[in-house]
Design a protein around this ligand. Structure first.
Ligand code: NAP
Length: 285
């Protein structure tokens, strides 16, 4: 039976620590951190993520302003809103909930955010800094994954880590962070031949694909550490499930993360941490 890393429990503990820290800020600095979240349209998934971020902000004591804009907003109007938030000294973090409607260029929007307020860590300058091993805001999901591994006492250095998925927000940055922790990292994707051959080598397997229960027991080495990033609907039950067939893989793994209650809560937790870090960096400047 695998040890289960509960992102729900770990994030609750970390949020309580952050709440205690933020409670000291009004006396020390005269205010609390302020996170501005922009939501374009009413996609139910995005609405639910934004609601989760507002709830976590309230728990930690961070001021959260959610700016809702209609799907019809033009790119110029959205860029104008970002420019206002960039210029506002009372705003420490800016997050644009993705995805954006097709008529808006996501890359241009992300690049328009002041990099010192980029709490998602998606700004090109933050990405470049990550790859050059310079101080930067780390993207929330990869940051949360490394925290989970470390908290669970998983040794990373020298071990074989395999990442499935190469997206800008999960696969690529988590591979870089694992590399920085001295793992031997292999990246895989939809064009990888004999995926199971590669994944069976993994001491640490990180799965970020977006396909329900894609990773089956035969793809996992006995005693592996399995981190499931996927958030999907099980086509049979309609319930939330990961990219890993949890019931089949869990007995083989040494350590595993559940879905829900695994990586997801840690992502939001790291968003809170990034907001505090951006706030403190602004105060110090
Ligand atoms: P994405 O941008 O769609 O990327 C998916 C990646 O999976 C791509 O690199 C793709 O390869 C690869 N892939 C797809 N089918 C594959 C296959 N059959 N074999 C091997 N690789 C395959 O997805 P994402 O944004 O990284 O998200 C992945 C999942 O994580 C989604 O379920 C998403 O909802 C979830 N997610 C969760 C959190 C959280 O906080 N829990 C955060 C972000 C994302 P190619 O590059 O070759 O196309």
């Amino acid at each position: 039976m695998a040890a289960i890393i509960s992102g729900k429990e770990l994030s609750a503990r970390l949020k309580a620590e952050m709440a205690a820290q933020v409670a000291t800020f009004p006396t020390k600095y005269g205010r609390v951190p302020h996170l501005a979240v922009i939501l374009v349209g009413e996609d139910p998934g995005s609405v639910s993520y934004v609601t989760g971020k507002a709830k976590a902000s309230a728990e930690v004591g961070i001021r959260n302003t959610t700016l809702r804009r209609p799907e019809s907003i033009t790119e110029a109007e959205l860029l104008g809103l970002i420019a206002e938030l960039n210029a506002d000294p009372g705003v420490d973090g800016i997050l644009v909930q993705l995805p954006l409607p097709r008529h808006i260029d996501e890359e241009r929007v992300i690049a328009a955010i002041d990099r010192t307020k980029d709490v998602d860590g998606f700004h090109p300058m933050n990405v470049a800094s990550l790859w050059q091993k310079q101080a930067c805001t780390l993207p929330c999901t990869p940051k949360g994954i490394i925290k989970m591994l470390k908290t669970a006492g998983v040794e990373i250095a020298g071990r074989e880590a395999v990442v499935i998925g190469r997206s800008n927000i999960v696969g690529l940055p988590v591979a870089k962070l694992l590399l920085d922790e001295n793992a031997t990292v292999t990246m895989t994707h939809s064009r990888t031949r004999d995926l199971g051959e590669v994944t069976r080598r993994a001491d640490i397997l990180v799965v970020a694909i977006g396909r329900p229960k894609f990773v089956t027991a035969d793809m996992v080495r006995e005693g592996a550490v399995v981190i499931d990033v996927g958030v999907n609907r099980d086509p049979e039950t309609g319930r939330l499930c990961g990219d890993v067939d949890y019931a089949a893989v869990e007995p083989k793994a040494a350590v595993i993360t559940p879905v829900p209650g695994g990586v997801g809560p840690m992502t939001i937790c790291c968003l809170m941490e990034n907001t505090i870090e951006c706030f403190l960096a602004r105060i110090e400047r």
